[in-house]
Ligand binder design. Structure first.
Ligand code: HEC
Ligand code: CU
Length: 324
């Protein structure tokens, strides 16, 4: 009975994707973490086998074997010398291995990431042009060293994208710096890794690593004002956005909406997810989030707009989807 259970458990584990996994390292920083983890796991497995053998001797061994195991020499070697040496070597090796992450050559790009209850405020800097705001979905160029400036606006959060690097806390009043590099294009999922109250479990993010040229075009477009509403529904949505008071909390570049409490929505239509990587994007889900956000992400800091009529919600969603 046990073997089938164990095998089916392994099959279930095999279904884990590598979108958010320490085991699937896609950058040098994550590679070092994975290497250190591998060494620790392998070493721990060997030690486990030795301990099990000692346990077997203690239970089933001959009189003299058991006496040796209980003697002072065994304790001096196995209980004092071995752990002291192993842990010291491991600490030294770990510090040496992680030294690269403190490199001080200027990065190709700097992105400010501020943890907010319960989403991520972003600001792109560097390059030649002006800085601009974004939220929740971080785009970076493949192969380039990116420095993340991690801050918090309220409580302690933690920034962790396992496939690209180790996790680093975001502490109120402090700026922590993390250097990451994605070795190939792709989407890497991350998660707030420090309990920050309420819907902490629904505070995720994605880093999208794009080919250099594509990224450069995206960055240039990001500095421009949001596109003007094209169709009738979009124009109605833009009016409603201001009339309903959304602009008190949200900014859309180039419009009268300049709120700074919630995520910047200038390019929300281009995002893969809403509400910090919790709800797939799209027109229907945008409308649902505006009216029923408290059901979809309970406790989040946006009040639900249940009084808007379905047609109004659809117009708002049409406008927001067009912002790319
Ligand atoms: C009191 C401030 C406030 C008001 C008013 C407000 N929002 Fe929000 N909104 C927020 C906050 C805070 C979030 C982040 C929620 C989260 O993910 O935890 C948010 C999230 C969003 C998102 C998801 C953004 C993203 O990056 O995932 C959309 C879309 C949105 N709001 C649209 C609207 C619209 C449309 C209105 C007007 C009908 C509006 N909001 C009014 C505070 C507000
Ligand atoms: Cu959190």
């Amino acid at each position: 009975m046990r073997l089938p259970v164990a095998i089916s458990a392994l099959l279930a584990l095999a279904a884990c994707t590598d979108r958010q996994s320490v085991m699937a390292a896609h950058g040098p920083e994550a590679g070092r973490v994975a290497l250190l983890a591998g060494i620790v796991f392998a070493g721990a497995a060997v030690i486990m086998l030795v301990v099990m053998a000692a346990l077997w001797v203690a239970l089933r061994g001959s009189e003299s074997q058991r006496a040796a195991l209980a003697g002072e020499t065994a304790i001096r070697i196995g209980g004092i010398a071995f752990p002291a040496i192993t842990l010291s070597v491991l600490l030294g090796y770990g510090l040496w291995l992680m030294r690269d992450s403190l490199a001080d050559a200027p990065p190709a790009l700097r992105i400010e990431v501020t943890g907010e209850q319960w989403w991520w405020r972003l600001r792109y800097r560097g390059g030649d042009g002006a800085a601009f705001a974004e939220a929740n979905e971080i785009r970076i160029p493949v192969g380039a060293e990116v420095e993340f400036e991690l801050r918090s606006a309220d409580v302690i959060h933690s920034f962790w994208v396992p496939s690209l690097g180790g996790k680093l806390d975001m502490i109120p009043g402090r700026t922590n710096r993390l250097r990451l590099r994605a070795e190939r294009a792709g989407v890497y999922r991350g998660q707030c890794a420090e309990y920050c109250g309420g819907p902490h479990a629904l505070m995720a993010l994605e880093i999208i690593a794009m080919p250099q040229a594509e990224f450069a075009a995206w960055l240039t477009a990001g500095r421009r004002p949001a596109p003007a509403p094209a169709g009738q529904a979009e124009r109605r949505g833009a009016e409603l956005f201001l009339a309903a008071g959304c602009g008190g909390c949200h900014a859309i570049r180039g419009t009268a909406a300049e709120g700074a409490i919630g995520p910047d929505l200038s390019r929300v239509g281009g995002r893969r997810f809403l509400a910090a990587a919790t709800i797939p994007a799209g027109r229907e889900n945008l409308a649902r989030f505006i009216a029923h956000g408290q059901d979809l992400k309970p406790g989040n800091l946006m009040p639900p707009f249940r009084l808007l009529a379905p047609a109004e919600l659809d117009a708002l969603a049409a406008y927001l989807v067009s912002l790319r």
